[in-house]
Design a protein around this ligand. Structure first.
Ligand SMILES: C[S@@+](CC[C@H](N)C(=O)[O-])C[C@H]1O[C@@H](n2cnc3c(N)ncnc32)[C@H](O)[C@@H]1O
Length: 367
């Protein structure tokens, strides 16, 4: 109820809430938002969705394998993980990496204070020698030779919802009246109109009437905050999403935002705030353009299936004795209709020299 009161108060004060602003409150409001309250759980029994690191440690073993390959091309001593959830990936990374390859530091930058507490608790379960390696930071500053990692973080960065009606573009907003929240619309700002025009030019067609879609204007800040304080890095971004042509495909008329509770999609995001997840598929072409503007080089863009098959997932899966369990894990991670092709791996770096040889099929041309 407290979160709802805050939403009403802010909507009344500002006249309306844009969807990204509403999502930000629902997910991150201090002590009340979905990710930022004491009930948040990534535990398979109590969670609302499952991420790959939570599904099995063999996923993180593939990430280790890739990290070791990157070290052949670049001096990499440290890791920086953004949005580490329950800390499962960090825990399994350190638990499974050989002593000689242990990073000097494993930094974690986590937006949620409650998840940070859970991560600290999980890392404490590791042997004593790892304790000083993991360090939580509040901003990225003066870090060198580092492997950056963001697994399902970009989909949790709030997006705007837009639509076209009678040939006019509007932004979807939330208003408050008589203690009820309802959807409404405002004219698109000139800034957003310009962005839409550019999307139409790039995809080579007009966005049709009665078409709902998202634009994320916050990736820019996340990416520049992530890289402005690091030198000599490789950045692995993992998430579900598409290139721009697929993202704005004429058949996807209702956009990509999803609301999840108890592993089921819910349809009404205006009730039960703080108790369900809100996420948007990633427009990887947008991420790529922002990266270019930040002088980053795109080393590779591939699917999760390609990435995992070429980082020893099948070999690593052999140690799972229960064959049913093993098959289910592999199916979830690798089948194209499941995570396999919906999830993409984007690899960026600040300075490449053209030396990187990635072992998997590359789909950069699709961006
Ligand atoms: C969907 S969860 C993924 C968690 C974990 N990476 C995993 O795969 O299990 C999103 C995570 O990103 C965090 N997050 C969202 N925005 C962030 C930001 N700007 N900086 C750091 N963490 C962020 C959330 O608090 C949460 O830990």
């Amino acid at each position: 109820m407290e979160l709802l009161k805050k939403i009403h108060a802010k909507a009344k004060q500002d006249g309306y809430l844009t969807f990204d602003c509403y999502t930000d409150i629902c997910l991150y409001e201090s002590h009340l938002g979905y990710y930022n309250n004491k009930h948040i759980s990534f535990d398979q029994k109590n969670s609302d969705f499952i991420t790959a690191p939570e599904l099995s440690s063999i996923y993180t073993e593939s990430i280790i394998n890739f990290y070791l390959q990157c070290k052949k091309y670049k001096k990499i001593d440290n890791i920086l993980e953004f949005g580490a959830g329950s800390g499962e990936m960090a825990y399994n990374f350190l638990k499974n990496i050989k002593d000689n390859d242990i990073p000097k530091k494993y930094y974690i930058l986590e937006k949620s204070i409650y998840l940070r507490k859970q991560q600290e608790k999980k890392i404490k379960l590791l042997p004593e020698k790892y304790k000083d390696i993991v360090e939580w930071i509040d901003e990225v500053k003066n870090i060198e030779n580092v492997f950056l990692l963001a697994n399902e973080v970009l989909d949790a960065i709030p997006s705007k919802i837009l639509f076209r009606e009678n040939n006019i573009f509007y932004e979807k907003v939330i208003k408050s009246k008589n203690n009820k929240l309802y959807f409404s619309k405002i004219d698109c700002s000139d800034h957003l109109q310009k962005k839409i025009k550019n999307i139409e030019l790039r995809i080579g067609s007009s966005i049709p009437n009665n078409y709902i879609f998202e634009i994320n204007t916050l990736y820019k800040k996340f990416l520049s905050d992530s890289i402005s304080g690091v030198k000599n890095f490789i950045f692995l971004i993992i998430d579900y999403g598409y290139n721009e042509k697929e993202f704005y495909h004429p058949e996807r008329t209702k956009g990509t935002i999803q609301f999840y509770k108890n592993h089921k999609k819910i349809s009404d995001p205006l009730t039960d705030q703080g108790n369900f997840d809100i996420s948007t598929s990633v427009d990887f072409s947008r991420v790529n353009r922002i990266s270019n503007l930040n002088n980053l080089q795109l080393v590779s863009y591939t699917t999760q299936t390609e990435f995992l098959l070429n980082t020893n997932i099948l070999e690593n899966s052999l140690k799972i004795n229960d064959s049913n369990k093993k098959n289910n894990i592999l199916k979830t991670l690798l089948l194209p209709s499941d995570m396999g092709e919906n999830f993409k791996m984007m690899i960026l770096c600040d300075d490449d020299d053209g030396n990187f040889k990635m072992p998997f099929k590359d789909f950069r041309h699709k961006l």
